[in-house]
Design a protein around this ligand. Structure first.
Ligand code: GDP
Ligand code: MN
Length: 330
C-alpha cells in the first residue's frame, strides 16, 4: 500500500523506527535558503511560520536570507521572532546582480519592451534568475553548506513533515529533490535548448552515458519544456559547485539569454540535472504538500493525508505531462 511504501522510503523500518527523526547533533550541513526583498517580509513570515510548525521546530535547521539590498531591521526582527533556529542575513556579492560587461543593454531593453510573456517587462526578474542560476551557491554564507532547501515568500506547506529531507538525501546519495514539475513558457526560453546542445557538443566528456535527457526531450529531440519548479528544491550543492555546472552556466551566461530572452533558473537547473545526473540521484518528494502561487501538490498517500490541510483533489500539479513523463523515464 501507499502507506507502507512511503514509510519505508522516508525512514520507517519494520519496527516503526524513523531513522530520519530529529536528533541532537545535526547530521547534515543543511539550511533553508531564500533570496528575498524587504517587501517580501509578510509573505516570507507566512512561509517560515508554516515550515516551523510543520517541520523545523523539531530540527532547527538554520535559515539564510539573501538580498540585493541591505535588509531592514524590521525584516530581520520579523523573521527572528518566528524561530529558535539560527538565522543569517546577507547581501549579494558585487558582480552577482546586474549585467555582465558583454551584454548589449539596448538589445536587452528592446526585449523587455516588446516581450509578451509573463514577467517579460521586468529587468530585476532577469537579475534574479541569473543570480539563482549562477551565483547563489557561491555566496559566502553558503560556504559550509552541503545541502540547501530553497524557500520563497507566499508558499504554503500543507502537511507535517515527519522526517529529515536533508538526511534522507544524504543517506540515499540524492543530489536533487523536487516537488512540482510544470511546463515552461516557450517564449521565455527560445534558444535555451540550442545553447544547451552547443554546450553538450563542445563538452561531450561532461555528459555521462546514464543521464535524464529523455525527460526533457520530445520525439524530435526538441526541448519539451519540462522542468522542476525551483521555488522548491532540495539540492546537494556539490551539483552546482561542480566544474560541469560552472562551465554550463558560463556558456549560458555568455550567450546573453538571461537578458535577450528571459531564461529562468528553473529550466536551467533542470537541464543541468538532466545532463549531469541519473534518475537514482533525483527524488520526487511526493509526501511534501506544497503550494507556490498558481500550482499545488497535495499528497494522496494515506500515511500523510491525515496531517495535511489541502484538498487532495487540488493536488493536480503533478497530473500534468512532465510528472507523468518522470514516472516513465529510466
Ligand atoms: P516567481 O516565483 O518566478 O514568480 O518569482 P518571484 O517573484 O517569487 O521571485 C523568486 C524569488 O526571488 C522570491 O524569493 C523573491 O522574493 C526573490 N526576488 C525576486 N526579485 C527580487 C529582487 O529584485 N530582489 C531580491 N532581493 N529578491 C528578489
Ligand atoms: Mn515565487
Amino acid at each position: 500500500s501507499d502507506s507502507l511504501s512511503n514509510l519505508g522510503k522516508y525512514g520507517g523500518n519494520a519496527a516503526g523506527v524513523n531513522e530520519y527523526a530529529p536528533r541532537g547533533v545535526k547530521p547534515v550541513k543543511g539550511a533553508l535558503v531564500a533570496l528575498v526583498r524587504n517587501d517580501d517580509l509578510f509573505g516570507m513570515r507566512k512561509a517560515v511560520r508554516q515550515l516551523e510548525d510543520r517541520w523545523n521546530h523539531k530540527y532547527n535547521y538554520p535559515y539564510i536570507f539573501l538580498n540585493d539590498q541591505p535588509f531592514t531591521r524590521e525584516f530581520k526582527q520579523g523573521i527572528r521572532d518566528l524561530t529558535n533556529a539560527p538565522v543569517q542575513f546577507g547581501q549579494l556579492e558585487p558582480g552577482t546582480w546586474g549585467y555582465p560587461s558583454w551584454i548589449d543593454q539596448d538589445k536587452a531593453r528592446n526585449e523587455r519592451e516588446t516581450a509578451k510573456y509573463i514577467k517579460g517587462h521586468s529587468e530585476s526578474y532577469r537579475f534574479m534568475c541569473r543570480f539563482q542560476s549562477g551565483f547563489i551557491h557561491k555566496h559566502p554564507l553558503l560556504k559550509d553548506l552541503e545541502y540547501y532547501w530553497r524557500i520563497e515568500p507566499d508558499v504554503d506547506y500543507y502537511c507535517d513533515i515527519d522526517f529529515d529531507p536533508f538526511l534522507f538525501m544524504k543517506k540515499n546519495g540524492l543530489k536533487y529533490g523536487w516537488n512540482i514539475a510544470p511546463s515552461e513558457y516557450a517564449p521565455t526560453v527560445r534558444t535555451l535548448w540550442n545553447t544547451t546542445k552547443e554546450f553538450m557538443n563542445k563538452n561531450p566528456q561532461m555528459i555521462p552515458d546514464k543521464n535524464l535527457l529523455d525527460w526533457v526531450q520530445d520525439d524530435k529531440g526538441e526541448y519539451n519544456m519540462c522542468h522542476f519548479w525551483s521555488n522548491f528544491e532540495i539540492v546537494d550543492l556539490s551539483l552546482y559547485r561542480s566544474p560541469q555546472y560552472e562551465a554550463y552556466f558560463n556558456h549560458l551566461d555568455r550567450s546573453g539569454g538571461f537578458f535577450y530572452e528571459r531564461w529562468g533558473d528553473a529550466p536551467i537547473h533542470s537541464l543541468a540535472v538532466a545532463m549531469f545526473l541519473r534518475k537514482s540521484q533525483v527524488h520526487y518528494f511526493d509526501v511534501i504538500g506544497y503550494r507556490h502561487p498558481a500550482m499545488a501538490h497535495c499528497p494522496k498517500g494515506s500515511d500523510v493525508r491525515g496531517k495535511c490541510v489541502c484538498d487532495p483533489s487540488d493536488g493536480w500539479a503533478n497530473d500534468f505531462s512532465c510528472a507523468k513523463r518522470w514516472r516513465q523515464v529510466s
